[in-house]
Design a protein. Structure first.
Lengths: 281, 281
DNA sequence: CGCCAGATTGACACGGCTCAAGCGGTGTGG
DNA sequence: CCACACCGCTTGAGCCGTGTCAATCTGGCG
């Protein structure tokens, strides 16, 4: 298939318990239910589908339910850089809530499904269930933290450490949303995409992966990554999960994480109390 | 001087009209006044002052009023990376509103002054003047956009284009807050700091600056950068100001920007209407 | 005057890029 | 069912941008 289809039937609303949206920790039961109900319009999207054209007007929040997507920029000389890797449970374009267009494009990397929430619908949700707004605000800050970490990685880590770090991050993120089986997960990215996400070339990603393989740390087969030695891999690249702000995730979803990635004593600030208004459209 | 002093006297509150906080466009007159009043506690900080220790508990929002600061991470092997350059008018640690600690440190690069707003005070402000909360939310998204752009720069631009791009960005940002005189501005960063912000080495920053100088594009004297050929410099590195989201800045402050940096037709979504609660502490 | 941090420059090494060829799986049309 | 095309993976050879190391220079300051 090449296009996309709109469906509102089975399931007729997003089950957070199934996709385990990252925002969980901020949400009381009522808000969670309301959010699930709001996510009732889905688009089945095939690999390669452009979710959002570069610089295009946007007016709906997209939540990735299934499949992987990338957020990218194309530079003058044609070079591409992938500024975000999106996996199930991620919100694709948080900035749509405040700005009417972004300066990036978004494409599906694999077949998948997105929930589409028109801005008006999100605003209504904010009005009736304020914790949802707070949660989305928090999510923006989490994204911020993740961007800083990847930038640090690109700027200061060697290619091998950089790739290793990415794999560590993905394992943790995918485990949270239940998309990993043990230390292994489906991995639809081509080496070229990895290169564009880490500021490298596909050729060098290839050589780097070979080294990691040779060291017995990871293996890749059939679009599936397996981390054979989590301790070794995370030690190698100095992976520390703090920046993922796992404290934003409701405890019931933070199970079976790789060792050393507990959210420790960091606190999420919550318990909404005061009221303030938010912008509509 | 080596420490810092608390002063609440002249001026006894922050004049937005003087520092031109980026958040202006979101704020009505009443909110703006309230925000100014809330910024009544200042710290005079000297160059080198640690505003926030790495991984330290934080509970106050800091607004940089005068001077430059950097947000940094130190990696295992001792390498440093500067994840943000902060100039007057910037908010230093937006994430303090949602998390109780960050994974970065913050240091003053020059002597300066910061306004300190305890979390409780910010929350009270949110309660009484909701547009302030919306403005801070927007600011977080702007920061996001800036991070993506710099990451793109580090990942895909050559050293020279990268440095050029940084200088372009700084000119625009400093003009907005009235800290540039024409195409020239004070520049307290050492070449080592620039290197740490762009993922390079100090030596190479030096060589790169020499090239830019040799091309007649910029010059540096007495800790002051002058851009002699804005068109040439911005063309060279493909600088486009969209990512700075200048539409978040009240129009009265967006004057005298370098050519080509108008905020064009992009809209900021505003007019707060609905209400939702926000977290305290 | 001596000291020191930062800027500058040179010589050299190396990680990662470029170019190019070959390989394997998979989908497709004859 | 085969032949072919295509895409992504793999590997090699050589180059170049950037890092490393180290020395010198400069201006500010006690």
């Amino acid at each position: 298939m090449t296009g996309s289809a709109v469906s509102t039937d089975t399931p007729n609303c997003l089950k957070l318990s199934a996709t385990r949206l990252w925002i969980s920790a901020d949400l009381d039961a009522a808000s969670r239910t309301a959010l699930e109900r709001a996510c009732s319009t889905f688009r089945e999207v095939s690999a390669g589908t452009e979710l959002l054209g570069s610089d295009a007007h946007a007016d709906a929040l997209h939540v990735l339910v299934d499949g992987w997507a990338v957020r990218y920029k194309i530079m003058e000389q044609g070079a591409r850089f992938i500024s975000a890797l999106l996996v199930p449970g991620d919100i694709c374009n948080l900035d749509v809530l405040r700005f009417d267009r972004g300066d990036y494009g978004m494409t599906m990397v694999s077949d998948g499904r997105v929930a589409v929430l028109p801005r008006a619908r999100v605003n209504a949700l904010f009005a009736s269930h304020s914790p949802v707004a707070v949660a989305l605000w928090s999510l923006g800050l989490v994204e911020n933290s993740m961007l800083m970490e990847r930038m640090t990685s690109i700027a200061r880590r060697s290619a091998m450490h950089c790739v290793a770090h990415l794999l560590c991050e993905l394992l943790v993120r995918l485990r949270v949303v239940g998309k990993a089986e043990g230390n292994s997960f489906e991995f639809p990215l081509t080496q070229e995409l990895v290169a564009d996400a880490l500021g490298m070339t596909a050729v060098h990603v290839n050589r780097t992966m070979r080294s990691l393989r040779a060291m017995g740390l990871v293996s890749v087969q059939n679009r599936r990554v397996t981390i054979h030695d989590w301790a070794g891999l995370s030690m190698l690249c100095g992976f520390r999960a703090e920046y993922l702000r796992l404290e934003t995730i409701a405890e019931e979803y933070v199970r079976e994480l790789p060792p050393g990635t507990a959210s420790s004593e960091k606190r999420l600030l919550r318990n909404p109390v005061e009221r303030f208004s938010i912008p509509s459209l």
